[in-house]
Design a protein. Sequence first.
Length: 89
Amino acid sequence: MKTYYIGTDAHKYSTTLKVMNKNKIIRCEEFATEIPNFLSLFDELNGKIHMIIEESTLSGWLYCNLYDKVENFVVCDPRKNKAIFAGQY
C-alpha cells in the first residue's frame, strides 16, 4: 500500500493542496472547499494518507470531517514555523 502526504491550504471557497509520494510531488489540486471533494481525492489515491493543514477556522471543521479517513492529521501553527512567520521561503 502506498503512502501519501498531503499539504493543504484551505480557504472559505477554495482549497489548494499538493500530494507527495516518495519525496516527489505527484499531484497539485485546487477545488471548492467541500468535504465530497476531499473524499473523492482520497478514494482516487487508495493508500495511507497523512494530511497537514495550517491552523485556521477551517482546520477544526476539516479535522472533524476527515480524521477517520486519514492515517495521520496534523494541524500546524504557522507562527511556530520561522520560515513562514518571517516571510522567508
